[in-house]
Design a protein around this ligand. Structure first.
Ligand code: CMP
Length: 224
């Protein structure tokens, strides 16, 4: 647990020992819902393996707020005050293993270890920064730039080295990309085709290869 979830690296080992009996694990299938926006929430979840999409939707549209991966956690917001409900829906994008912790045990964790409180604050601020960036992009960038920027962010999130070629190693559908950038699926298809024609990206087996990341960044800056 400690190796795969950074959150637990900051916790005193004795506290982890105390918590382990209270943590339960559960495997989910691809497409399985963990909870729905508006549900009562009593658990926080840590991702042991797999990937989870956090989104909001109404009758006709869906917006993906974040795609979380191994080592990240979610569901803490509804635990902060009694009566709060889930602020978004959580769904597994692939077979996923989650570790859950109930409200009272999570509270024990926060009260007993100030590192945890700092960790939560740090994580929350990071998310707020990303959310602000999303608001900025939706307000100021045109749809092509939003798509290009999202591809860059995804590639950077998934790649750690300084190579000039980046790949988004997970299969992302046009529909999902559209839901991440607030565009129609048809527009995403059209823009991805344009980017391929311009030699900026290549798509192999639904995986997007960003051919020349410096050139893509340069073009993005020119377009903004
Ligand atoms: P909670 O409100 O309990 O349920 C939905 C969860 O999604 C929420 O807790 C957070 O953990 C997570 N979440 C909500 N909004 C965002 C966001 N903008 N970015 C990343 N995660 C989010």
């Amino acid at each position: 647990l400690k190796a795969s979830i950074p959150f637990f690296r900051d916790i005193e080992p004795e506290l982890i020992e105390r918590l382990l009996p209270y943590m339960y694990s559960k495997n989910y299938r691809k497409g399985e819902l963990i909870f729905l926006e508006g549900d009562q929430g009593n658990d926080i979840f840590f991702i042991g393996s797999g990937s989870v999409s956090i989104y909001s939707f109404d009758k006709s549209k869906k917006v993906i707020l974040a795609v979380l991966r191994e080592g990240e956690y979610f569901g803490e917001m509804a635990l902060m005050k009694p009566g709060l409900v889930r602020s978004a829906t959580a769904e597994c994008l692939m077979p996923t293993r989650l570790y859950g912790l109930r409200r009272t045990d999570f509270q024990l964790l926060i009260e007993n270890d100030r590192n945890i409180a700092f960790h939560l604050l740090d994580y929350t601020m990071d998310r707020l920064r990303r959310a602000n960036q999303q608001i900025h992009d939706l307000t100021f960038l045109n749809v092509r730039s939003r798509i290009v920027k999202k591809l860059l962010t995804l590639a950077q999130d998934y790649s750690s080295d300084e190579l000039n070629e980046f790949v988004i190693p997970v299969k992302i559908t046009h529909q999902q990309l559209a839901e991440m950038v607030g565009a129609a699926r048809e527009t995403v298809t059209k823009v991805l085709q344009e980017l391929q024609d311009e030699g900026l990206i290549a798509i192999q087996g639904k995986r997007v290869h960003l051919q020349d990341i410096q050139l893509i960044k340069k073009k993005l800056n020119e377009e903004i």
